[in-house]
Design a protein around this ligand. Structure first.
Ligand SMILES: [Zn+2]
Ligand SMILES: [Zn+2]
Length: 370
């Protein structure tokens, strides 16, 4: 039986969902399936002989494109910020929506999520929240995954964090009051912590999110996947590319965007939006006292200023596009050496390890405004 978490909000496993879909339910009207496949055939693969009727409403992809069936609604959940800065590949399916179960009475949304630490949970949260919010207005919603322990629990924990402004720990504790064995995997717990630090939203402009996105790309690279250049940042040196992605932010309040230019030829090579900040001195050698010039080793001084900035991979970085593990970063216009990149990481002069790292030496670039 599903566990009741809040009014009109239940958590369960695949067997709870199968039962509700097969027999219909007086209690549940909406289902959010969080399984490795969005297809209803997942249920018949799990238990042979189980056939659940469905009628597609629509499928929505990360890049914002819809393929719609009959009777579709018109929400636009994926296009929030163009989907360009999401960590998910633009052609990936974000969710599917369908009528399902006995007499096609249920509304089922399915999101493709595996129970793996490296899985990007954050980028599915908004669409899940929208569905849960909308469903609860109409009737009880069951959020389920395979075991009802990790994925569904992570999504409900995030939902409670956002709606009740609870810390990750408090939200999980509160969920455990309803269902004691919930236990999101460690990767999901880390992401829920980021969600908390971003103020209960998935803010693609936040340094926290940018670091997360870079880490996701690094994991893809390490698994041997080719990183499509569509996932790289737009080249800020090309005004056509910059206008679509950066204009929106740079025009707010007429604040000019700081830009980094090649010292030799003045070509713009990065804008502030591309910079992935790190905490100076948080690396392994930050405990190395000899590196510090000030007297008291317990006072963190500003003297460990970083000699480089680190950016997201950008479309002018040809060596990166070609798939190299590491190499020089040269100016796209004059070929002057600007820095270095390494998918396994580079140590900044402040001691922090940045992984993966796309580094521009401050001595090779000038900062100005666009
Ligand atoms: Zn640094
Ligand atoms: Zn140059």
């Amino acid at each position: 039986m599903p566990y009741r978490v809040r009014e009109n909000l239940f958590i369960g496993n695949i067997s709870d969902a199968a039962e509700v879909l097969q027999k219909g339910s007086a209690e549940i009207t909406h289902i959010l399936s969080v399984l490795s496949s969005v297809s209803i055939s997942f249920f018949s693969e799990w238990r042979s002989g189980l056939v659940i009727p469905t009628k597609e409403i629509k499928k929505v992809y990360v890049g914002g494109s819809d393929s719609r069936g009959v009777g579709s609604g018109s929400e636009d959940a994926s296009g929030r910020d163009g989907g360009l800065k999401s960590s998910l590949s633009p052609e990936k399916l974000l969710y599917s929506l369908e009528y399902a179960g006995k007499d096609l009475k249920m509304v089922r949304m399915a999101v493709p999520l595996r129970d793996m630490e490296s899985e990007d949970l954050l980028d599915y949260l908004d669409v899940c929240f929208d569905f849960i919010d909308q469903s609860r207005k109409e009737g009880p919603v069951l959020v389920h995954c395979f075991a009802g322990v990790s994925r569904s629990a992570a999504i409900i924990t995030a939902y409670l964090m956002r709606t009740e402004h609870l810390s990750q720990e408090d939200a999980l504790e509160s969920l455990r009051q309803s269902c004691e064995f919930v236990c999101p995997n460690d990767g999901f717990l880390d992401q829920l912590k980021m969600f908390e630090e971003m103020g209960f939203k998935v803010d693609h402009a936040s340094p926290i999110y940018k670091r997360f996105r870079l880490k996701v790309l690094g994991e893809l690279y390490n698994r041997g996947e080719k990183i499509e250049s569509s996932r790289f940042g737009a080249d800020p040196g090309l005004s056509t590319e910059i206008s679509s992605e950066v204009e929106v932010t740079s025009n707010v309040g007429n604040i000019c965007t700081p830009a980094y230019r090649c010292k030799k030829c003045r070509r713009v090579v990065a804008v502030q939006e591309n910079v992935v900040d790190h905490f100076p001195g948080e690396g392994e050698t930050s405990f190395d006292w000899h590196k510090r010039k000030s007297g008291n080793p317990f006072i963190k001084s500003d003297e460990t200023e970083c000699s480089s900035i680190f950016v997201e991979p950008l479309r002018w970085m040809t060596a990166v596009k070609e798939g190299a593990m590491e190499g020089k970063l040269s100016c796209a216009h004059c070929e002057a050496r600007l820095g270095y990149f390494n998918w396994s990481g580079i140590q900044c002069s402040c001691g922090s390890w940045i992984t993966p790292a796309f580094q521009l030496h401050k001595s090779r670039v000038d900062i100005s405004t666009v």
